[in-house]
Design a protein around this ligand. Structure first.
Ligand code: KG4
Ligand code: ZN
Length: 344
């Protein structure tokens, strides 16, 4: 079984082909960083136009790299939401056109389900597992029971962790995209120089909040700037202090998640982290340590499969297709699509 997956819900135009035997035939990711860099963030209209210009080229290139044609595919999957609606529409229309022209089954995949199931492609992870899903648009703790079956234990009440990384990067002027640049700056920084608040830490439950942390960073930057403009060392120290705080908050919330999960599934073993922020090495290390302490097995996709890509959509397509869960050609691109309400 070979499934193609198209992703265009944010600022990556991506396509990949995978098999149901967990083989990766090809994967092409075109990041629109250059389009958005001068605005310091993703501009939805520019993203949609760029997806439209690139998607056919990316699909062609993916087939070429896999050395196959449309006729060799078993199905076509696309991220049908949630995301920036213009971009999602470009992907959905493209996938439907391919499905019609080549008589292929059509699978509209939830982008978050793509992140959620990615670790089953790269690691031996069985259902059910506990998932920390942390990306640019989302930050939630979920129990993954089966494709399409998720229990949300908690989520952010304001910003996502990825958003906080991106906003702090903008304040520090370390460059776009934020996460990887904060991580780079943090490498030479002192994580204990700035004392920041730990929102929600120690509270029961699995909810997050990052907006107060972001504001605290801004206040501290403003204080420093009263004296002089920020030095490279100031930026590194703030990056390191911020990153350390985020890791501490996420692992604290996840500790509660593990307790809830273990009560329900005492024999389940895996703790998975995925989504763009899961590319952060300190966060991975923090969650891996937490997994060990709690007798769980840590699993995370390799770094480049954490951020948006076509492989996650193609693989989620495989997981759905083998359960017979194809989508109707009436499917409409969805700006919002909560994972725990998948089948509605
Ligand atoms: O999953 P993703 O590519 O797109 C969404 O679905 O949102 O996640 C993008 C987010 C951005 O906020 C980006 O700054 C963050 O993931 N990110 C990171 C790192 N790499 C990407 N955050 C922290 N450390 C990283 N190394
Ligand atoms: Zn994503």
């Amino acid at each position: 079984m070979l499934v193609m997956g198209i992703e265009s819900s944010c600022d990556e135009t991506a396509c990949a082909i995978v098999s149901d035997k967990r083989e990766l035939l090809s994967s092409v990711v075109w990041s629109q960083y250059d389009e958005h860099r001068r605005f310091g963030g993703v501009v939805p209209e520019i993203a949609a136009r760029a997806h439209l210009e690139q998607v056919d080229v990316i699909v062609e290139e993916t087939l070429k790299q896999a050395n196959i044609g449309f006729k060799d595919l078993s199905a076509i999957a696309v991220a049908g939401g949630p995301g920036l609606i213009g971009g999602v529409m470009v992907g959905v229309v493209t996938a439907k056109a391919i499905a019609l022209a080549h008589n292929l089954p059509f699978l509209a995949v939830n982008h978050l389900e793509g992140h959620a199931l990615m670790a089953r492609f790269t690691n031996d992870v069985e259902f059910p597992y506990l998932l920390m899903l942390t990306s640019g648009g989302h930050c939630q703790i979920l129990v993954v029971e089966a494709p399409g079956k998720y229990e949300r234990l908690g989520g952010t009440i304001d910003d996502s962790a990825g958003e906080a990384f991106d906003k702090v990067a903008k304040m520090l002027n370390v460059g776009y995209p934020g996460g990887p640049n904060i991580e780079r700056a943090a490498k030479t920084g002192n994580p204990k120089r700035f004392i920041l608040p730990y929102p929600m830490k120690g509270r029961p439950g699995c909810d997050f909040s990052f907006s107060g942390l972001k504001t605290a960073v801004r206040h501290q930057i403003e204080e420093l700037e009263k004296i002089a403009s920020l030095s490279e060392q100031d930026k590194s120290d703030m990056s390191a202090s911020f990153q350390r705080t985020v890791v501490s908050v996420i692992t604290d919330r996840l500790k509660n998640g593990i307790a809830i999960f273990k009560k329900k599934y005492p024999n389940a073993k895996h703790l998975v982290v995925s989504g763009g922020v899961a590319a952060n090495t300190s966060l991975r290390a923090g969650i891996e340590e937490l997994a060990k302490k709690n007798g769980m097995i840590f699993a995370a996709p390799p770094l480049k499969l954490c951020t948006d890509n076509g492989v996650m959509i193609a693989w989620a397509g495989v997981e759905r297709f083998r359960l017979g869960k194809t989508s109707s050609m009436d499917f409409k691109a969805r700006p919002r699509w909560p994972l725990d309400k998948m089948e509605e």
